[in-house]
Design a protein around this ligand. Structure first.
Ligand SMILES: [Fe+2]
Length: 384
């Protein structure tokens, strides 16, 4: 049971991790290790994790050296990335030597890169260098920035608590979208006997070779050249509808830009809205994409399994308070709150230790808010 809630409004403070879909998990894993020196922190596969077995999904988690995971890839047979959920995502290298190592790695792997930022409207002043290139396996555009994440100087949270027009444009629900709510499942996954029952057949036939709760750890002295996820983009059908949703969830609209040319498709245009979090300047960009006839291009949700934001407060009770505060506003969640380990009463058997709750944005982009992810300073970290 939760012993206490906070009455203060709990806000998301920063963008922290991304989980992307791939149809080539092994190839993608190798490429990211080769290019960025990311370190493995967990493998969750259907035979070792109850939730993954339910979703028929396999995940590889990577750490940049502090959090249990910063980036993860998910293989799910029925979801193939189509580069229509996001335009690109950005990550930070903190040092110029890290950027030099990256450029060497790109050359060695025959990956061409462009100098500068992807979007003409994106800020450049706070970064000393920017390059972008394509992940050759999934065709995701990746932007690498050298610098530090910036805290917005004037963060004023909107008092917008009215969820308007969320269903004003009923986009067709993507065929692979999960059910409206998995909360019945969440409650069951918190019971050890249920997780063991789900995994019993593969345990009995000896197929289950790994207890995934023992296969992770965040290493000190990481050689990863990345320090953090810096920016995430989402294609949306309606900027005002999604802006409204983000404001209610605690994001601050920084600016909406005039239409600009699509950087990769001639004749297409983009209109971007940039959002701040309390400790993270312009970390989210919503984008309306129009084709050469001026028609809106519908987004998919096939590239991104979910995108996660760390909450202020950093304790289990803060995730539960956030959940309660949003529930009072009538905002439906999809899964959680749960803790991603196997410790009762909130553990769902997953990895990372984060106390997480999941929602869908208006176009069904899947969003996580969390506290308490395991990190190198957490006493329960296990080494490889
Ligand atoms: Fe997550």
């Amino acid at each position: 049971m939760i012993e206490s809630f906070t009455d203060q409004r709990v806000l998301p403070s920063k963008l922290q991790h991304l989980v992307l879909f791939t149809h080539n998990l092994e190839g993608t894993s190798q490429w990211y290790q080769d290019i960025f020196n990311v370190q493995f922190s967990a493998k969750n596969h259907p035979d070792s994790s109850a939730a993954m077995r339910l979703l028929k999904q396999t995940m590889h988690f990577y750490s940049f050296g502090y959090y249990h995971h910063d980036l993860a890839f998910a293989y799910r047979p029925d979801v193939k990335p189509d580069q229509s959920s996001m335009l690109y995502y950005s990550m930070i290298v903190r040092t110029s030597s890290g950027l030099d190592i990256l450029k060497d790695n790109l050359v060695k792997n025959k990956i061409p890169y462009n100098k500068g930022r992807v979007l003409a409207s994106a800020l450049t002043d706070q970064y000393s260098s920017a390059i972008h290139f394509k992940d050759p396996i999934n065709n995701f555009w990746i932007e690498i920035l050298q610098g530090e994440s910036i805290t917005p100087r004037h963060f004023r949270i909107s008092n917008n608590n009215d969820l308007k027009n969320i269903n004003s444009k009923s986009n067709a629900r993507p065929s692979h979208a999960a059910p409206e709510s998995m909360n019945g499942v969440a409650a069951m996954l918190k019971r050890k006997w249920f997780r063991e029952m789900l995994l019993l057949p593969v345990t009995l036939v000896g197929k289950r070779t790994r207890n995934k709760t023992k296969d992770y750890g965040v290493l000190r002295n990481s050689t990863c050249i990345l320090s953090s996820i810096e920016q995430m983009t989402f294609f949306v059908m309606d900027l005002s509808q999604s802006t409204n949703w983000l404001e209610v969830m605690g994001f601050q609209l920084s600016r909406i830009c005039p239409a600009e040319p699509h950087p990769f498709i001639q004749g297409h245009s983009l209109r971007c809205a940039y959002f701040n979090l309390k400790e993270h300047l312009e970390c989210v960009i919503l984008i309306e994409h129009r084709n050469d006839k001026g028609q809106l291009v519908a987004p998919s949700i096939k590239d991104v399994f979910h995108c996660a934001f760390e909450l202020d407060g950093a304790e289990l009770k803060d995730t539960f308070s956030f959940f309660k505060q949003k529930q009072q506003l009538g905002i439906k969640h999809y899964y959680g709150p749960v803790k991603h380990n196997d410790v009762a009463p909130h553990g769902d058997g997953e990895s990372g230790g984060n106390v997480a709750i999941y929602y869908y944005m208006p176009d069904f982009h899947h969003i996580e808010f969390f506290t308490e992810m395991d990190n190198v300073d957490t006493s329960n970290i296990k080494s490889h």
